[in-house]
Design a protein around this ligand. Sequence first.
Ligand code: ATP
Ligand code: HMH
Length: 273
Amino acid sequence: MNTQTTSKTPVALTIAGSDSGGGAGIQADLRTFAFHCVHGTCAITCVTAQNTVGVVRVDAMPKEAVIAQIHAVAEDIGVQAAKTGMLLNQEIIAAVAEEVEALQIDNLVVDPVMVSRTGAQLISDDAVQTISHLLIPKAIIVTPNRYEAQILTNLEINSLDDMKAAAQMIHRSLRAKAVLVKGGGMQESLRGIDIYFDGQNLETLSTLQIDTKNTHGTGCTLSAAIAANLAMGKDLFTAVQQAKDYLTTALSHALDIGKGHGPVGHFFPLLKN
Ligand SMILES: Nc1ncnc2c1ncn2[C@@H]1O[C@H](COP(=O)(O)OP(=O)(O)OP(=O)(O)O)[C@@H](O)[C@H]1O
Ligand SMILES: Cc1ncc(CO)c(N)n1
């Protein structure tokens, strides 16, 4: 029996909310890290009571508790890459931004969770401003969906050209090092197409469109997979391309559970057929 521990295991940290339904948030992130053979650590920002139909209740953690979790992980285990998801309120966002700066976490993926898939704003205007001005400039990449990109730019996004203009504006005016504008909320012909911009390269990432209502956790899974790939030392564009492939495969194995939108499925490497 081999009793040695693995010394070079990459470690990623997710700073996000808990989803009781297990499809998005911390649960999706840790599962994604695990399926990339990356050790997953977490700082829970809020606890949601939700399922495949919707969010019933959200309770925020005190900001001190969020920071203590990040500290506990960073000072002992170390963090090769991190991602943020639902940060919920201005206090938590500002504290996380400060901590990320203090710990010099360079591989930071910011999924600016602000708006539901239907376009409803989930956080206050003050919190949006704090994400824009304190957190996004610290990210190696920010991954807004269609509606989040609209809020960040004040642009209407209806076409591929609009997605490109938004990615360029977020890079320029919010000082994001790189941007991925996601197309899950676009009309059918553009669904599954994402725009990547890093200040030099403007790339269109397209995949097979998956015809499913079970799309819960797509954004969380994608940003966690990018963080996992960065933790493994991949360059940013490779990390994004491979994360997109992982997400597409997971989406094509989505789970038909619950009465609403089931979660993307991560078990495909274990399935025989
Ligand atoms: N039907 C689909 N077929 C293929 N890819 C899809 C489909 N729907 C979404 N995607 C992809 O899923 C990823 C997440 O995009 P989306 O716009 O859904 O993010 P999000 O709104 O942040 O997700 P979430 O619902 O988890 O909040 C993107 O890469 C997007 O292109
Ligand atoms: C906890 C949590 N984070 C993110 C999302 C967005 O999918 C969600 N529904 N729940």
